[in-house]
Design a protein around this ligand. Structure first.
Ligand code: UDP
Ligand code: MG
Length: 327
């Protein structure tokens, strides 16, 4: 486990005539942000002075984002491609689809909402040129709401412990991957996934650089609290068995403590005689243990759910249309 199977990556010749840099951007109802994104993106990419391609994946937007993307593509047919999904399959599936069709030697992912400034792209490219196979980013001077910052700090710490991946900022999607890593990610056909973690898993020389972070100026976040919690459960159960092992250890601990308690009560029964007080304390302890049991069943269920999703083998996403050179 853990050792990357480099041989699974697509042969280098397949990528020979390809652009140097691919940018993959998932888009879900980003009508307000897109015009600003288009405006800032091209100068940055042109400034790199290397062949590039941009792949937008429209994740079932219903606000007219696709129309904006296609208009942008019309104006830049040689460099911009659009993949249209047949519904909303989530950010990570959108990136997965982008990865499957990108051809660059360096592949960069970015959000469409401009929370990660496109102007940082040259820094990512520079770090990749220095020989790293993944370059992550972490947000400095983060401008999210206070609650969101605290919550993500705690979640980051727990996730880091459990998955052992040591990503400094799980929420930051401005990242770069080498063609090799992309090949390996493409081989991992998991039904739910978390791209940065997958990339980190396969990486042999990762780097992380600081980037500035701005508040979302246009449109709203597509992640509510529930979706965020779900994402983190996926991350933990998808990359580690520790939650299951914790459940086993917890069971063992409670069983051991109960055994001592039973022996103690048995002796008390002999010494003091029958007692009926303390019913509520007992009830309390019972409810607590019931809670622990339900939580543990839930964790086991998370894994069973994942197994169920995998064996069902439904398509992870459905592409309605690809707008590339031929269309
Ligand atoms: N996104 C997507 N599908 C979804 C949710 C989000 O493609 O189901 C895209 C979204 O358009 C954006 C990126 O993923 O480009 C990050 O989403 P968002 O900014 O809402 O997340 P946040 O920054 O609030 O975590
Ligand atoms: Mg955002």
């Amino acid at each position: 486990m853990g050792t990357p199977r480099i041989s699974l990556a697509p042969p280098v010749t397949e990528r020979a005539a390809a652009p140097d840099i691919s940018l993959v951007i998932p888009v879900y109802n980003e009508r307000e942000s897109l015009p600003f994104l288009f405006e800032r993106l091209l100068p940055v990419l042109e400034g790199l002075k290397r062949p590039y391609e941009v792949i937008f994946v429209d994740d079932g937007s219903v606000d007219g984002s696709l129309g904006l993307l296609l208009a942008f593509r019309e104006a830049h047919r040689s460099t911009v491609r659009v993949i249209e999904f047949n519904g909303n399959f989530g950010q990570h599936m959108a990136i997965t689809a982008g990865f499957r069709s990108c051809r660059g030697r360096i592949v960069i992912t970015m959000d469409a909402d401009l929370q990660n400034p496109p102007e940082e792209i040259p820094n990512l490219v520079a770090a990749m040129d220095a020989g790293h196979d993944t370059v992550g980013t972490y947000r400095v001077g983060r401008r999210d709401p206070f609650f969101r910052k605290i919550a993500s700090k705690i979640i980051n710490a727990i996730t880091d412990r459990i998955t052992g991946l040591h990503l400094r900022d799980y929420g930051c999607m401005l990242r770069a991957y080498s063609g090799n890593i992309i090949g390996l990610i493409n081989e991992s056909a998991e039904s739910t996934t978390f791209i940065p973690a997958l990339g980190r898993k396969f990486s042999i020389s990762p780097a992380e650089i600081p980037i500035g972070h701005t508040e979302r100026e246009h449109g709203t976040s597509k992640y509510g609290l529930f979706k965020l919690i779900r994402l983190n459960f996926d991350l933990m159960t998808g990359f580690s068995l520790i939650p299951l092992q914790v459940v086993t250890m917890l069971g063992l601990l409670v069983a051991t403590l109960s055994l001592f308690f039973v022996v103690y009560l048995g002796i008390r029964r002999l010494v003091v005689g029958p007692e009926a007080e303390g019913v509520f304390t007992l009830l309390n302890i019972n409810f607590f243990l019931l809670g622990v049991t339900m939580f543990c069943v839930g964790i086991v269920g998370e894994y069973i759910g994942r197994i169920y999703q995998e064996v069902r083998k439904r398509p992870r996403y459905v592409i309605r249309k690809v707008y590339d050179d031929e269309t």
